[in-house]
Design a protein around this ligand. Structure first.
Ligand SMILES: [Zn+2]
Ligand SMILES: [Zn+2]
Length: 166
């Protein structure tokens, strides 16, 4: 979707709201497709003292298999968006992923929102930030409680213990 900004480009204080949804079901991430549901985006672009600032919120549900405990999961994903829109990218802007060039007097929302999602995806898909994962020895899901295994010894201590036992 292209968002027309001609009304506010030269009008400090002007605001253009937007609401759209984005289909990222084909976006591959680490071998899976974690965003099968539409991504809903809502926000506005405001001309703040001559600078076009886009703010908003993206929400969807993340579907995946946890990288730590291997369980399939679904959870809410919400991303807050803050980007600067410029009529022409200057050299230093190329280093800033949150600065976008307008297409004439229009903002390419799909492009901006897709970038926001990609930049916000964690490098691992986790069922929750504090997932405890599986025991490396017995494979028990530690989210369900501790396992019977003894605590893994620090390998340096293990060597020391072997030495002392001799
Ligand atoms: Zn997990
Ligand atoms: Zn264990």
């Amino acid at each position: 979707m292209l968002l027309g900004l001609s009304k506010i480009i030269d009008c400090p204080g002007g605001v253009v709201p937007f609401e759209t949804s984005l289909d990222l079901s084909q976006m591959e991430f680490g071998g899976s497709y974690p965003l099968p549901e539409p991504v809903h985006a809502e926000g506005s672009v405001r001309n703040t003292a001559g600078v076009l600032v886009m703010t908003g919120e993206l929400t969807t549900r993340l579907h995946g298999e946890c990288d730590r405990c291997t369980k399939p999961f679904e959870r809410e994903l919400s991303i807050s968006l803050e980007a600067v829109l410029v009529t022409k990218l200057e050299n230093e802007d190329y280093d800033d992923p949150w600065t976008f060039e307008l297409d004439g007097d229009q903002a390419d929302l799909d492009d901006i929102l897709t970038t926001a999602v990609v930049l916000n995806m964690d490098s691992k898909l986790l069922c929750s930030e504090d997932c405890l994962g599986l025991c490396a020895r017995c494979g028990k899901d530690l989210n369900e409680g501790p396992c019977e295994c003894k605590k893994e010894l620090d390998p340096r201590l293990a060597v020391l213990q072997q030495f002392l036992n001799k």
